[in-house]
Design a protein around this ligand. Structure first.
Ligand code: GDP
Ligand code: MG
Length: 225
């Protein structure tokens, strides 16, 4: 079997499992969000600040992926919600089987919101559906405004772009308007929020986007009952 055929088979198997996960989330009214970015753009800090703003009784959980270490899970657990680390060894993305395996001993009935922090990488995670309702791509202002043009697939497939680290804009030569224009060249009409996870600027807009998507998830579930 050629390399192309093997890759196609793996992707098809992933897609089947991802659709099963999506159906499980749909039946329970869970919003699943898959966060993707290059390493260091601020996925974990965004999640830490998000969890910090949630009510103590919020039905939220996080699966966080990295090649090695439990560092991110340890950071995220401080908020008191269920968190699991997925260490992939050498794999540069999460896949649906890893998600299925790590969800096995959680009761999905107890969740309304599931965050997945993907492995830091703008390429491979774009090819693997995890059953999420939405992919969210983070771009930080230290990465260069041309990244949406260089890595179009993930910007095209993501519903929202979080432009992070805007607190650093006075210190780096980064044209935020050009970055947004580039994102919308590959994904016309893409939603974008500007955020600083350190100063918390823009976090309200991000939380409003989440609330809007959760409302849509609840309504879609109610419509099928
Ligand atoms: N100045 C600044 N630093 C940030 C911001 N968000 C994240 N960082 C820093 O960027 C580094 C990487 O963040 P992390 O959340 O680990 O990124 P991840 O690899 O995408 O999960 C850490 O040192 C964070 O403190 C931000 O909005 N502004
Ligand atoms: Mg991280």
């Amino acid at each position: 079997m050629s390399r192309v055929e093997v890759e196609k088979k793996v992707l098809n198997e992933n897609q089947i499992l991802a659709e099963q996960l999506r159906e499980r989330y749909r039946q329970r009214g869970i919003l699943c969000v898959n966060l993707i970015s290059a390493p260091g753009s601020g996925k974990t800090l965004l999640l830490e600040k998000t969890l910090e703003r949630m009510d103590k009784g919020a039905r939220v959980a996080v699966l966080t992926g990295d090649l090695q270490t439990e560092n991110d899970a340890n950071r995220l657990k401080r908020a008191g919600f269920p968190v699991k680390q997925i260490t992939t060894g050498g794999t540069c993305h999460l896949d649906a089987r890893m998600i299925d395996k790590h969800l096995a001993d959680w009761r999905l009935e107890d969740l309304d919101l599931l965050f997945i922090e993907n492995v830091g990488n703008l390429v491979c995670p774009s090819s693997y559906d995890l059953g999420e309702a939405a992919k969210v791509v983070l771009l930080s202002v230290t990465e260069g405004e041309d990244k949406p043009l260089k890595y179009p697939s993930i910007f095209f497939k993501s519903e929202l772009m979080v432009l992070n680290k805007v607190d650093l804009l006075p210190y780096v030569p980064f044209d935020a308007a050009a970055a947004e224009e580039n994102a919308r060249k590959v994904h016309p009409g893409m939603e974008i929020v500007r955020v600083s996870c350190t100063t918390r600027e823009g976090l309200g807009e991000w939380l409003a986007w989440l609330e809007k998507r959760q409302k849509a998830t609840r309504e879609a579930r109610a419509a099928t009952r």
